[in-house]
Design a protein around this ligand. Structure first.
Ligand SMILES: [Zn+2]
Length: 249
């Protein structure tokens, strides 16, 4: 066998190590519905922050229980894929990473604002038509890490006041984290679906109340929430991981 053939086999082998598809049951769909309902209730202010927090902890524990983390491999920077195809982190991460502000973050209280525990990743789209100015083609949003899609909004309308637009939440069982991708044009995944790091999950867009405004350059908003031992979310600054992540063309 040629060296290339062996390398190919190794590649397939290592990818199969990450395909956890068989490792969770249909119950995941119920948990996905619950997760989404909690987010909707928080957004609509029909649940108190304390109740939202307790409901969130319960559903996170349910989701966790579906995965056997023993099968996780050691994670280093080669695990991450830069979430925009054909772009380099240094040309695309907003403000050289200075856009990340976690102070005051509260996932459970819509009244608390001002934090931005996320990075905005920009593309060349001066005419704001969701197409790359260099290729006139849509730009793929890729999964930064592997995981199961927990919730996805596909129905944002340009006259909506909702801010995230067409968003996606993915749970990565190996990192025990939730990753949120917002402002997509077209979402191409659905709840319960497994995605590997680097898989296409959406096409980039300008959905969301603020992202749709003329003043806002086209970007992907990506937030990484580490889940702590109480099953509560803690934002992580992923700047270094993004800078070292693999580039997919
Ligand atoms: Zn943002």
């Amino acid at each position: 066998m040629t060296v290339k053939g062996i390398a190919g086999m190794l590649l397939i082998f290592s990818i199969s190590g990450w395909t956890n598809e068989d490792k969770y049951s249909d119950k995941i769909l119920d948990y996905c519905n619950t997760f989404r309902q909690i987010q909707t209730d928080i957004r609509d202010c029909v649940i108190t922050p304390d109740s939202a927090k307790m409901a969130f902890q319960a559903v996170v524990r349910d989701i966790r229980s579906e995965f056997n983390r023993d099968s996780c491999q050691a994670i280093d920077s080669s695990y991450f894929v830069y979430p925009i195809s054909d772009y380099l982190p240094r040309e695309s991460i907003g403000g050289r990473g200075k856009g990340y502000r976690e102070k005051g973050f509260d996932l459970f209280d819509m009244k608390v604002r001002g934090s931005h525990p996320a990075h905005d990743l920009f593309i060349h789209d001066r005419d704001q038509d969701n197409l790359d100015d260099r290729t006139w083609r849509p730009i793929d949003v890729l999964a930064f890490t592997s995981g199961v899609v927990i919730a996805a909004e596909t129905n944002w309308k340009y006259d909506s006041e909702l801010r995230g637009g067409n968003w996606i939440w993915i749970y990565d069982p190996c990192m025990d984290a939730l990753i949120y991708y917002a402002h997509n044009n077209i979402v191409e995944v659905q709840p319960g679906q497994w995605v590997n790091a680097g898989d296409k999950i959406a096409e980039m867009g300008r959905s969301g109340f603020n992202a749709f405004q003329k003043r806002s350059p086209t970007h992907l908003h990506m937030m990484f929430l580490q889940l702590n031992s109480d099953a509560l979310p803690e934002p992580v600054n992923t700047y270094d991981w993004l800078m070292k992540s693999k580039i997919k063309e």
